[in-house]
Ligand binder design. Structure first.
Ligand code: NDP
Ligand code: 2IT
Length: 446
């Protein structure tokens, strides 16, 4: 970074947010790529856009007490960071994972600003969560936690102010319990959460949306570079909501998915993973990925989640968590013949890894563009809730596809306009930032 204004803003961010490496990483990546915009737009500097952008509008931290199955009191820490409302009500998921702390929620909330801007839908940005580990908990314990979490969170959210959704550890079950508690406390049946069940205000395709959207984006990125998904060998990290539906769509588009993982290890199935047993294992039984071998004894299981990146592939889709692909892994993927990487997870590739991809001509789809299909479909769920109607699967899927193709082209166009052809990571940041910055400028110093 050479721009003095951006250097000064970043120094302040570092000073104000020590011990939050993920947040600083997300901010650095954005500030570096908007430098050519700031160089040309002194009006953004005058309006203090960037120093306002890096400071959340509101941060809420609260106690979440609940009783476990042994009658013992447990206490978790809950978060909601309402980052930016320049272009719409706060919108973003809830992460339930033991690693959650304020720095993780802030990095995710910050990324969400740009992602939501790219969707073209009117959504501001927030993220929430708790350091609660859903793994191994009974349904009753999950319900007790979700009800307690919502008993505080309800004060800060609403269908026109802040609309949470799922993320790691928060799926249909958790959204259901949270929605039930919100409705009970507020006596209001509104679209306050997205990712709801289809029987009570949910949208078709929301379950599939992030994974499907990732593949729609990937397909367009490949097409515009004279390639297709047909016949490609794909590896996907994770085996949660995003990974499973990325696998499903990649297969529908003619690719062979040979490996998926969880935090313990990964499976390799040479002829292509069989999604029917895998979905049952992960979505119904809540089992581990190694149990896949019970259905496909010829597949292989290896301990250690990092091992998946040694698998020979044409395309890699990191769909588990942040910073799972580092520089070493990036070089290994390239050595093994990988031609494209698209991020299903949020910030799964380190800045060093991204640089290696870009320097080596690997097609790289950045998270805030490539995984925006989830929140975009949440936006479509909000529209349906407002209309009090439900659109067909086909209609939502069609809208999702259109949005993902448009997102790819906004990244591509912005990159070209700034002489960064093929750098969709910078293109995504620039395109998203311009819209947010104009909206913030128009609304004055708030
Ligand atoms: P899930 O909870 O459904 O699945 C998460 C998967 O990632 C699991 O397989 C989990 O393995 C693995 N995982 C989680 N943490 C780690 C870790 N620290 N190390 C290794 N593996 C890990 O979450 P989602 O599929 O919803 O989310 C995955 C990613 O996609 C996240 O980065 C999320 O922010 C992002 N995302 C999600 C969207 C959505 O709509 N759900 C939308 C856009 C982005 P294990 O079971 O062993 O923990
Ligand atoms: O990271 C994300 O975009 C999500 N977890 C989805 C957010 C949403 O509001 O659907």
């Amino acid at each position: 970074m050479k721009n003095q204004y951006l250097i000064d803003v970043f120094e302040k961010v570092k000073k104000r947010n020590p011990h939050e490496p993920e947040f600083l990483q997300a901010v650095t990546e954005v500030l570096e790529s908007i430098e050519p915009v700031i160089d040309k737009r002194p009006d953004f500097v005058d309006a203090g856009i960037v120093e306002r952008l890096v400071e959340p509008e509101r941060q809420i931290i609260f106690r979440v007490p609940w009783i476990d199955d042994n009658g013992k009191t447990q206490v978790n820490r809950g978060f909601r960071v309402q980052f930016n409302s320049a272009i719409g009500p706060y919108k973003g998921g809830i992460r339930l994972h033991p690693s959650v702390y304020i720095g993780i929620i802030k990095f995710l909330g910050f990324e969400q600003i740009f992602k939501n801007s790219l969707t073209t839908l009117p959504m501001g940005a927030a993220k929430g969560g708790a350091d609660f580990d859903p793994k191994g908990k009974s349904d009753r314990e999950i319900m007790a936690f979700c009800q307690s979490f919502m008993t505080e969170l309800y004060k800060h959210i609403g269908s026109n102010s802040d609309i949470p959704a799922g993320d790691i550890g928060t799926g249909a079950r958790e959204i259901g319990y949270m929605f039930g508690q919100y409705k009970r406390i507020r006596t209001q049946f509104t679209g306050v959460l997205t990712g709801k069940g289809l029987d009570y205000g949910g949208s078709y395709v929301r379950t599939e949306a992030t994974g499907y959207g990732l593949c729609y984006f990937l397909e367009e990125m490949l097409r515009c570079n004279g390639k297709t998904l047909e016949g490609k060998r794909v590896i996907i990290s994770g085996s949660g909501n995003v990974a499973l539906y990325a696998a499903e769509k990649a297969m529908q588009l003619g690719a062979t998915v040979v490996a998926l993982s969880d935090s313990d290890g990964y499976i390799f199935d040479e002829d292509g993973v069989d999604l029917i047993p895998l979905k049952k294992l992960k979505e119904v039984d809540r089992a581990r990925i190694k149990d896949y071998l019970r259905y496909r004894p010829n597949a292989k299981y290896y301990d250690g989640c990092d091992g998946i990146w040694t698998t020979v592939c044409d395309i890699a889709l990191p769909c588990a968590t942040q910073n799972e692909v580092d520089e070493k892994i990036a070089r290994l993927l390239i050595k093994n013949g990988c031609i494209a990487v698209a991020e299903g997870a949020n910030m799964p590739c380190t800045p060093e890894a991204i640089k290696v991809f870009l320097d080596n001509g690997i097609l790289f789809g950045p998270a805030k563009a490539a995984n925006a299909g989830g929140v975009a479909t949440s936006g479509l769920e909000m529209s349906q809730n407002s209309e009090r109607r439900m659109w067909s699967f086909e209609k939502v899927d069609e809208r999702l596809k259109e949005i993902m193709i448009k997102i790819f082209h906004s990244c591509d166009d912005a990159a070209r306009r700034y002489g960064l052809e093929g750098n969709y990571a910078s293109g995504a940041n620039i395109a998203a930032f311009l819209k947010i910055a104009e909206a913030m400028k128009a609304q004055g110093c708030v």
